[in-house]
Each structure stands twice: as C-alpha cells, then as structure tokens.
Design a protein around this ligand. Structure first.
Ligand SMILES: Cc1cc2nc3c(=O)[nH]c(=O)nc-3n(C[C@H](O)[C@H](O)[C@H](O)COP(=O)(O)OP(=O)(O)OC[C@H]3O[C@@H](n4cnc5c(N)ncnc54)[C@H](O)[C@@H]3O)c2cc1C
Length: 326
C-alpha cells in the first residue's frame, strides 16, 4: 500500500486546474497500486474552495489556513506542506509542474532528503510502485525513473493528465491542521501584475504562436484575431521575444513556458529544438510556414506551406463563418 499526498495550488483563492489534474492522476494511480489520496490545501480561507477539490473524491482533504498564506512564500508553504507530510506519511507527493510547484516541491523533497522528478508526462504502475517518465535533452529522449526511497516527489506537466469526472455529492472528510509558525526570511511585499493574457498560456487548450515569420510586432493583431475566434492564448518564439516584439511571459520553449494544448498553431516559426522542447507534447500541431523544409513540419500533424499573411486572415474568416460569426 502506498499513499499519496497531492498539493492543491491556489493563488488569490483560485485553484489551479493543473493541480486538479495531478489530483485526478493520483486517484487513478492509487487504484493501480492500492493507496489512499489526501489533497492538501494551503490558503487563507478554504470556504469557497473545498467543494471544487472534494468533487474529485480524494479519500481526505487536509487544510492548512491562515493569513500568512495570502501570498505565496516558499518558506511558509514549505513548512506547511512538510507538516502535512510528516502527519500523513505518504509514499508519493504530487503537485502541478507550475512556477509554484517547481519552486516548492524540490525544496520540500530536499527537506526529506528524498528524490524529486519534475515535469512528469507519464506514470506507470509497476507492481506496487510507480515509475515516472519525463522528457530529457529538450525532449530528444524520455527517461523512466524508479524510486529507491520511502518518499518520492513529482511535479506533473499541466494539460497532459486528464481531469477526472466530478461528483457533486462527494462526501469527503476534511481536517484542519495547525502548523507552527516559522520565522520567514523572505516575503513578498508587493506584486505587480504584468499585462494579463486573457488565458494562462500553460493551461490554454488552444495556442496560436508567432515567430520571426510574422515580420514585426505590428502583426500580433492578425494572430490575436485568430486567437479571439478560437478562444486561444497567444504564444511566441524566443526570437521575437529577444527582438522586443513581445514580453517574455509569452515565450514557449526550453527557456520559456512548457505547454501541452489540444491544438498548437505555429505561425512563421522554424521549429528549432529549443522551441519544440516547450510544445512537442501538444496533441495536434498545425504549422504555417513558407519554407517547405522548415523543421517544424517534421513534428506537425498538419502543415500549411505558404505565407502567414495570406493564410492566417483566411483561416480566421473561415472559422468565423463556421461559427456563424460573420
Ligand atoms: C540556450 C537556448 C535556449 C533557447 N530557448 C528558446 C525557447 O525557449 N523558445 C524558442 O522559441 N527558442 C529558443 N531558442 C532559440 C531557438 O534556437 C531559435 O533561434 C528560435 O526558436 C527561432 O525563432 P523563430 O522560429 O521565430 O525564428 P526563425 O528561426 O528565424 O524562423 C522564422 C520562420 O518563419 C518562416 N517565415 C518567414 N516568413 C514567413 C511568411 N511570410 N510566412 C510563413 N512563414 C514565414 C521562415 O521560413 C522560418 O522558418 C533558444 C536558443 C538557445 C541557444
């Protein structure tokens, strides 16, 4: 028997969908290897959040709450999660592979001198143990990891593990855990929100990305129109971020964000390995490029050889027509 703890991530009282995906996968795997799943929520006030977690039916919900958890702080969140793990004694600890997950989980793993695998894209039940699969060398290879330890920490890539069906009438016991306060040495004193994407890139089901082939920042409007009609988030290659055409928060790739949408439309992007590293687990990839030899076509599900300035507006118009919007 191997029990699970899943760290449920919230920011400003909004639960990250990716951590509910991690919870869904933990519940699926717990059936394969015979274990119980406890969701752990660290927040200021859990009142409005409980139902959205319990509807996935973990065996238990543990809540650690207080004003000190209003802003994410590595030290106070790590201290709270450590307290929960010491009490629950799980074998596997899951979290989403988000900025918070990647900051928090390795630190807590180090506290327990335990292994941590980030960016897991597949889990395999091997008898009563789990094996974790993750991309390596910019996804040129995939490594399968076994754990030789009592506790193992993993962060799961968003949009890869499907959400389980919710049950409205779930009866899940919940417990509030008190956590001794600690002396926090670094705390957030101010947050300046950057210009907000309508949709968070790492969670978007559809992404339209632009590269150097769009010629200049004045042409984002063309891609934004396609985003609007598809309900997509806008992404970018590093070349255009480095050129100052768009902010770094939009960058997809090895030194940008890792995304796994249902549909990724690459417009004027050559398909350098560092870009592919951030989007190659997308379910369907459409590449629009005027060079038939562009490397992106090797990965693309559908390739359109042609000029983005001819194809994108036409595509936008046709989708509008299909949706009855024009
Ligand atoms: C350490 C390191 C980390 C990196 N990290 C990242 C990263 O995170 N993300 C990332 O994206 N890159 C990253 N890079 C950079 C990467 O190597 C490439 O330089 C970059 O991805 C190229 O961007 P691009 O495809 O927009 O530009 P280009 O390679 O210049 O490609 C532009 C493409 O547009 C096409 N095109 C031109 N005109 C048109 C038109 N009118 N219609 C249609 N197509 C057209 C061209 O055929 C070409 O294929 C990294 C590099 C290094 C060394």
């Amino acid at each position: 028997m191997a029990d699970f703890v899943v760290f449920i991530e919230q920011r400003q009282g909004v639960i990250k969908k990716a951590s509910l995906e991690a919870l869904s996968e933990a519940i699926r795997q717990s059936k394969n290897i015979d274990g119980n799943v406890t969701a752990v929520l660290i927040c200021t006030d859990s009142t409005s959040l409980v139902k959205s977690i319990t509807s996935f039916q973990p065996a238990k919900l543990v809540i650690i709450q207080g004003p000190e958890y209003n802003e994410y702080s590595t030290e106070s969140y790590a201290n709270a999660l450590q307290t929960a793990i010491e009490k629950l004694n799980p074998k596997y600890i899951f979290a989403a592979n988000t900025a918070m997950g990647k900051d928090l989980i390795p630190r807590v793993a180090a506290h327990f001198t335990s292994p941590c695998i980030t960016d897991v894209v597949e889990l395999i039940a091997d008898g009563s143990h789990l094996l974790a699969v993750k991309p390596m060398y910019s996804a040129k290879a995939y490594g399968t990891f076994a754990f030789n330890s009592n506790i193992a920490f993993m962060t799961l890539r968003p949009n890869v593990f499907p959400l389980a069906e919710k049950t409205e009438s779930a009866n899940v016991p919940s417990e509030t855990l008190s956590c001794p306060p600690i002396q926090v040495r670094a705390k957030v004193i101010e947050t300046k929100a950057s210009e907000k994407q309508k949709l968070e890139l790492t969670e978007a089901p559809i992404i339209v990305s632009g590269g150097r082939g769009i010629k200049g920042p004045e042409n984002w409007a063309m891609l934004q129109s396609l985003c609007d009609v598809l309900g997509a988030a806008l992404g970018a290659s590093r070349a255009v971020v480095d050129a100052g055409w768009i902010d770094h928060q939009y960058q997809v790739g090895q030194t940008g964000k890792t995304v796994s949408p249902q549909l990724y439309i690459a417009c004027g992007i050559s398909g350098a390995i560092q870009h592919l590293a951030g989007m190659n687990s997308s379910k369907i990839i459409v590449a629009i490029n005027n060079n038939p030899d562009a490397p992106i076509f090797k990965l693309a599900t559908y390739g359109l050889v042609g000029d983005v300035f001819a194809i994108v507006p036409k595509l936008t118009e046709e989708i509008k027509k299909l949706k009855g919007e024009s």
